[in-house]
Ligand binder design. Structure first.
Ligand SMILES: Cc1ncc(COP(=O)(O)O)c(C=O)c1O
Length: 371
């Protein structure tokens, strides 16, 4: 009985009071609850590539139940999750490191390689966390422009790789462009480059493109190449706010990286991730909603004849033809947050998929903007 009262209070604390907490399926009640959050803030947030449908009802329950263990350090549960991930990926558990969001993994790597004070090669624009952290240790970044298709320019990276390269960073699919490299091209590139230096492949959006023959580089980690892969529970699993992700690399590399981590993850996030990892229905639901939202974006871009690239993620990148500062201010005034500037693409905008009604509202404001 005591236990039940505590849980009811926790439901209140977590903002799900007044609704019957559904344990299976996707609840309309919970969707309405997240929408209320938007309305309270008076803003539609399409700026950070989050999944507004998460966490699923089952994962919410797992988080609430995890409070029973919140007085304990999470180490044993983290080990359990690492085993689970390792089993699915077909690697040894010593090759997986769970981190506080994949950002912690990116920063730990930035620290490990940045301190060598050589250079890291990456394309621009891309997801910056690893490079920004490496720069704190006086590491130079050799920035390569994207190719004409807004993809990572693998040929130019190869050309620039030298004895002075401590690491090559690849984001695939790339944030903010949403573009994906061809499987064979990336595999050949990584195999060849990893003979000379370490290759880091950020696979944060992996789950959105698994049906498109996504070229995960975990295959190369398994074959013993000098490659590190990062993944996250922040995107399709809808857990951006609880901070949990992971790295896959050789056991030796994982040991080195572990020493560079700081906070790690926590008990609630670990339980959330374990529950989310097993739940196929929410995964499929999120995938379908994301597809639906991207179609709405593509339709309005086509209608308005705006240039864009096909996305393999939960956001789209399109050419506005006006400076992003002016464009985002207009949308902010209308209650919609869009992505930040991504130099040198100042007249492009990254827009995240949100709930269908929010994406439709964005399309409506976009039509008016160009009318
Ligand atoms: C490419 C990429 N990598 C990593 C991250 C970090 O995600 P998290 O720290 O939430 O796992 C993001 C977040 O948007 C991203 O876009």
């Amino acid at each position: 009985m005591n236990n039940q009262i505590t849980r009811r209070n926790l439901l209140k604390l977590l903002g799900v009071s007044g609704v019957t907490l559904p344990l299976t399926g996707i609840s309309k009640d919970l969707e309405i609850n997240s929408k209320t959050l938007n309305q309270e803030n008076n803003v539609i947030k399409l700026s950070s590539n989050e999944n507004p449908y998460g966490p699923s009802p089952k994962v919410r329950k797992a988080i609430i139940d995890a409070f029973d263990e919140a007085c304990r350090y999470p180490y044993n549960r983290v080990t359990e999750l690492e085993k689970k991930i390792a089993e699915r990926e077909g690697v040894d558990p010593s090759m997986v490191l769970v981190t506080g969001g994949s950002n912690e993994g990116l920063r730990a790597t930035g620290r490990l390689f940045g301190i060598e004070k050589k250079e890291i090669i990456a394309c621009k624009p891309t997801y910056l966390a690893l490079m920004t952290y490496a720069e704190e240790f006086d590491c130079k970044i050799n920035w390569v422009p994207l190719d004409d298709n807004l993809r990572y320019d693998l040929n130019e990276i190869s050309r620039r790789t030298s004895n002075n390269t401590s690491m090559v960073f690849i984001c695939n699919p790339n944030n903010p462009t949403g573009t994906m490299l061809k499987a064979d091209d990336l595999e050949d590139f990584c195999t060849a480059t990893a003979k000379k230096t370490c290759v880091f492949v950020d696979e944060a959006y992996y789950d959105y493109s698994i049906n498109d023959e996504y070229p995960t580089m975990t295959k190369l980690v398994k074959e013993g190449h000098n490659v590190i892969v990062s993944r996250t529970f922040s995107k399709i699993y809808g857990l951006a706010g609880v901070r949990i992700g992971y790295l896959i690399a050789s056991s030796e590399r994982i040991d080195e990286l572990k020493k560079c981590t700081m906070a790690g993850t926590n008990m609630l996030a670990t339980h959330a991730a374990m529950s989310a990892y097993d739940e196929k229905s929410f995964f499929e639901y999120s995938l379908n909603k994301n597809k639906e939202a991207l179609e709405i974006f593509y339709d309005v871009f086509d209608e308005l004849k705006l240039n864009y690239v096909k996305s393999y993620t939960n956001f789209a990148f399109f050419k506005t033809g006006v400076h992003i500062d002016e464009f985002s201010k207009h949308f902010k005034d209308k209650g919609i947050l869009v992505g930040r500037p991504f130099p040198p693409y100042y007249d492009w905008c990254r827009i995240s998929t949100g709930k269908i009604e929010d994406v439709e509202r964005f399309a409506e404001v976009l039509r008016k903007y160009y009318s």
